[in-house]
Design a protein around this ligand. Structure first.
Ligand code: UDP
Length: 324
């Protein structure tokens, strides 16, 4: 029997590239697609020589054509850090609307199953804690995060509509803060920001008083959850994240300890609509997928720090955001 063939959009990004690795390791043929606005070919260059791997430099928000059989489509294309989607708001909205529409249309033609990357941002600045999948969220549609949050909410809605109206097989993962190797050092997210600052001997920029919380999941745990969800028969959204919650202040202190630097935490203004707390309720993932995160923050941060340490000085000092 020929290998199953999976299309991954956003394949050169942080999560997309780890998905490519996993599907190749599981014996799939991978069709990787990316427009390289925020993705980086270096994340997948080790796969380029494999006959099981093809790369399309394509924008999924425009019409896409992929010849041959496709069994699964994983839609992971999207800017995903607050700085990115503030810089490229229209592309963010388009990939979450036109992009998923193209994927769903392709899936109907190919009779493929679609899994979409949704996000804890659909809960906005949550009034329910920890966040369960049946919470509808508290999102400001016209705030700075609106372009991302509403695109992802629309993406869930259209995916569910294709499921109920066309009977398409669909899966929705709500991804909470995830970290690991191949995060972009200059994407503005708290972990690469703090580690980059520590490595350059700069103080760590804590936004607000640092009392806001996040719960960080190591990338291999997330990929395992996604892999299990894809192969399940469950079409409702599933949270995947690590419920180990920490304040941003404590997180900064952990990074200072990990990097053994003498840097301080310095306060910067809290961005508008920055969620005050975030922690996944993962009861559903446990029950339906038998999934549980395995990697502690201590372990995951060490691997991630070693990765950032191995980058060149040029990379480390390329702090200016690429859209500036
Ligand atoms: N943050 C911070 N300093 C930074 C970058 C981010 O204190 O240099 C804070 C940010 O305000 C937020 C948290 O860290 O409360 C996580 O931010 P990130 O951009 O990583 O992701 P978010 O969960 O907000 O989408």
């Amino acid at each position: 029997m020929p290998n199953k063939r999976v299309l991954i959009t956003g394949a050169a990004g942080f999560l997309g590239s780890h998905l490519c690795d996993r599907f190749i390791a599981e014996g799939y043929n991978v069709v990787a697609m990316d427009n390289l606005i925020t993705g980086d070919l270096r994340n997948i260059e080790h796969l380029m020589k494999l006959k099981e791997f093809e790369f399309y430099h394509n924008d999924v928000s425009k019409f896409i054509h992929v010849p041959g059989q496709i069994d699964y489509i994983l839609h992971f294309a999207s800017p995903a850090s607050p700085i990115d989607y503030l810089k490229i708001p229209i592309q963010t909205l388009k990939v979450g609307s036109l992009g998923i529409h193209n994927c769903l249309g392709l899936a109907r033609v190919k009779n493929a199953r679609v899994l979409i990357a949704s996000t804890s941002e659909v809960y906005g600045d949550p009034m329910v804690h920890p966040q369960t999948e049946d919470y509808w969220g508290n999102v400001n549609p016209v705030g700075p995060r609106g372009v991302y949050d509403e695109a992802k909410r629309f993406q869930e809605a259209i995916t569910m509509a294709y499921h109920t109206y066309h009977g398409l097989e669909t899966r929705i993962v709500r991804i909470f803060n995830t970290y690991g190797p191949r995060m972009r050092l200059n994407d503005g997210r708290v972990l690469p920001a703090f580690i980059g600052q520590a490595l350059r001997g700069e103080d760590l920029t804590m936004f607000g008083d640092g009392s806001q919380t996040r719960s960080f999941c190591y990338v291999s745990d997330l990929i395992e959850g996604i892999y299990r969800l894809l192969h399940s028969d469950y079409a409702e959204p599933v949270n995947i994240g690590n419920p180990d919650e920490i304040t941003i202040r404590e997180f900064g202190e952990e990074i200072i300890k990990l990097t053994g630097t003498n840097q301080k935490l310095v306060t910067k203004p809290l961005p508008k609509d920055d969620p005050k707390q975030r922690k996944p309720d993962i009861t559903r993932a446990k029950q339906i997928l038998g999934w549980n995160p395995k990697i502690s923050r201590e372990e995951g941060l060490k691997i991630t720090y070693d990765y950032f340490k191995s980058l060149s000085d040029e990379e480390l000092y390329k702090t200016a955001h690429r859209f500036e």
